[in-house]
Design a protein around this ligand. Structure first.
Ligand SMILES: O=C(NC/C=C/[C@H]1OC[C@H](O)[C@@H]1O)c1cc([N+](=O)[O-])cc(O)c1O
Ligand SMILES: [Mg+2]
Length: 214
């Protein structure tokens, strides 16, 4: 049967990137998405904004919702010092299988824990599964209609602390209107928008950074 796009993306990484070199994995995926097949990775333009926020926060505990092929997982994990933990959640087992191999190829498997499952089920188990007290940083890039319920769940499970940073992809395209309305109007968040473009296109998109105020 025909291969899937994530499988073809993985093949490009295994054939063209340098094993153990996160930057070459990132560049290979960006090249593949620009010149072979578009894929829904955060991409290089928004990825640079993601990098700058991760460096600014330098989180000890980080959560990513929506792993897909592991592109942003590699972008985040490559910036984390030893002793830090990035947990990434992916619902789709086929995507998770590809992401594991991309993360491994980049040599970042010791910094990343990929969990297969639905965010709604897994978030309440974070504390007992990982001994996490709170998350310093959360990157939201999964189903767009799950952003709002999932941050409410994070709040409810006391997994956010004063100063926890949420960074959300695709707040314009495909769009997360209810989430934006909430974080921009809630007294519990200070929010700001980083204007950019939908990965590998000229369409407007952006990242929303929100600080939890407690
Ligand atoms: O649906 C998007 N992401 C949702 C990802 C969903 C993944 O997380 C849950 C599900 O298992 C899937 O693997 C998306 C869609 C576009 N897009 O242009 O359509 C662009 C993006 O950056 C996106 O993150
Ligand atoms: Mg996205």
């Amino acid at each position: 049967t025909r291969s899937t796009r994530p499988q073809r993306l993985l093949k490009a990484v295994q054939e063209k990137a340098m094993k153990g070199d996160p930057q070459s994995v990132i560049s290979t995926i960006d090249y593949f998405c620009r010149h072979s097949e578009w894929a829904m990775n955060v991409g290089d333009e928004k990825g640079s904004i993601l990098d700058s926020v991760v460096c600014e926060v330098s989180p000890t505990t980080a959560l990513e919702l929506g792993t897909y092929c592991g592109y942003s997982t590699v972008r985040i994990a490559r910036l984390l010092p030893p002793g830090t933990q990035l947990i990434t959640l992916e619902f789709n087992p086929a995507f998770a299988a590809v992401a594991r191999q991309v993360i491994e190829y980049a040599g970042l498997h010791n910094k990343v824990c990929l969990v297969e499952g639905a965010s709604g089920d897994m978030i309440p188990k974070m504390r007992e599964m990982f001994g996490i007290k709170t998350f310093d940083f959360v990157f939201l890039d999964h189903w767009k209609d799950r952003y709002l319920p999932d941050i409410k769940l994070l709040e409810g499970c006391q997994l956010l602390r004063k100063g926890s940073i949420l960074l959300a992809d695709n707040v314009i395209c495909p769009g997360t209107p209810e989430y934006l309305e909430y974080v921009r109007n809630s007294p519990h968040y200070k929010s700001m928008y980083y204007k950019s473009h939908l990965e590998y296109t000229k369409v407007e998109d952006g990242l929303e950074k929100s600080v939890f105020l407690g």
